[in-house]
Design a protein around this ligand. Structure first.
Ligand SMILES: C[S@@+](CC[C@H](N)C(=O)[O-])C[C@H]1O[C@@H](n2cnc3c(N)ncnc32)[C@H](O)[C@@H]1O
Length: 308
């Protein structure tokens, strides 16, 4: 974490970086709003909760991005009314386009997770994917999640980098960086230009990527954030081991080349391989190894029914 940054700078960098990233976020991260995406998201929810989800009437997503969680959960019928919040208006604009394309109704609000403009007890579930590690003051954010949650409601977060998992993922990233020139030669791709991946003169903002991630968690830290906010039945699990190594190696290779030079067949191999290895992780490793070794941590907790 870049220690010298203030909380305001972290929020500003996150806003600007994600405003630019929104343009090609879905293709870069292989975000799917079809059956694959719905199955992925439901598997994460099941794993975070430790059981089949029930149906929730009012959901609030924090850092909703382009809609990966909420839109897939609406399609899967797990949530009925979705409020999608994010600090980046660019991400929310892409989310609205995705929702319109899918024929789904959502409410969007540009908000900072630490200051939610919603009434007390107004949601049955507060959820998010890959957002907690961007939030400067996690304690304050969890206090807000607990405040807006109705008694008996749940919080559910997935896709948060674990400290050990993050360290392990550096190995495939480094290996891919070393092998990148050979790989480009093999697929006949030219080296990436400085502005590849940026749009509308957004190179400078795209360069903020290294400043937007401010935490990688130990499982106990995530659990403590929920308990300190008064939440109960706290559960932390891990997901993605070999799928993640494969994914990071491929993304590192791809980022070294001009996007237009990366063949479609390679992208298919990378995407299908990742999905296959997600199944391998689920079958062989998740639930058997300690949460800390996985790349992603997931958390669920409940607000007491008697806290009204
Ligand atoms: C890695 S993206 C994940 C997006 C989406 N949840 C997904 O999984 O595809 C992180 C998102 O969190 C948002 N974000 C970052 N800091 C935030 C904050 N302080 N409050 C609310 N959202 C924030 C970013 O704008 C971005 O859309």
């Amino acid at each position: 974490m870049p220690g010298a940054l203030s909380a305001d700078e972290i929020r500003d960098f996150n806003t600007r970086y994600h405003d630019v990233a929104a343009h090609d976020y879905d293709s870069k991260w292989g975000i799917d709003f079809g059956d694959v995406g719905a199955a992925q998201v439901l598997a994460k929810v099941r794993r975070a909760l430790g059981h089949e989800p029930r149906r929730y009437a009012r959901s609030l997503e924090i850092g909703a991005g382009t809609g990966y969680f909420s839109l897939n959960l609406l399609r899967a019928g797990m949530i009925e009314q979705a409020t999608c919040s994010d600090i980046s208006e660019g991400m929310l604009a892409t989310l609205r386009e995705n929702a319109e394309h899918l024929g789904l109704a959502v409410r969007t609000e540009r908000v900072d997770a630490e200051h939610l403009p919603f009434a007390d007890e107004s949601f049955d579930v507060v959820l998010g994917h890959a957002v907690l590690h961007h939030i400067p003051d996690l304690r304050r954010a969890f206090a807000e999640f607990a405040r807006v949650l109705a008694p008996g409601g749940i919080v559910l977060f997935a896709g948060e980098p674990s400290r050990v998992g993050d360290r392990l993922a550096r190995v495939p990233k480094r290996a891919a960086t070393t092998l990148a020139p050979l790989w480009r030669l093999a697929i006949r791709a030219r080296a990436a230009r400085a502005h590849d991946g940026a749009h509308d003169g957004g190179e400078r903002d795209a360069a903020l990527e290294s400043f937007v991630d401010v935490h990688a968690f130990a499982p106990g830290e995530l659990a403590r954030a929920a308990r300190d906010a008064g939440l109960e039945d706290v559960r932390v699990a891990g997901e993605e081991l070999v799928a993640n190594w494969f994914g990071w190696a491929n993304r590192t290779l791809e980022a070294s080349a001009r996007p237009e030079d990366v063949p479609w067949a390679w992208r298919q191999y990378a995407y299908r391989g990742y999905l296959l290895l997600q199944d391998v992780d689920r079958l062989l490793f998740e639930g058997r190894l300690p949460a800390a070794v996985f790349y992603n941590l997931m958390l669920s907790a409940r607000k007491s029914r008697s806290s009204a």
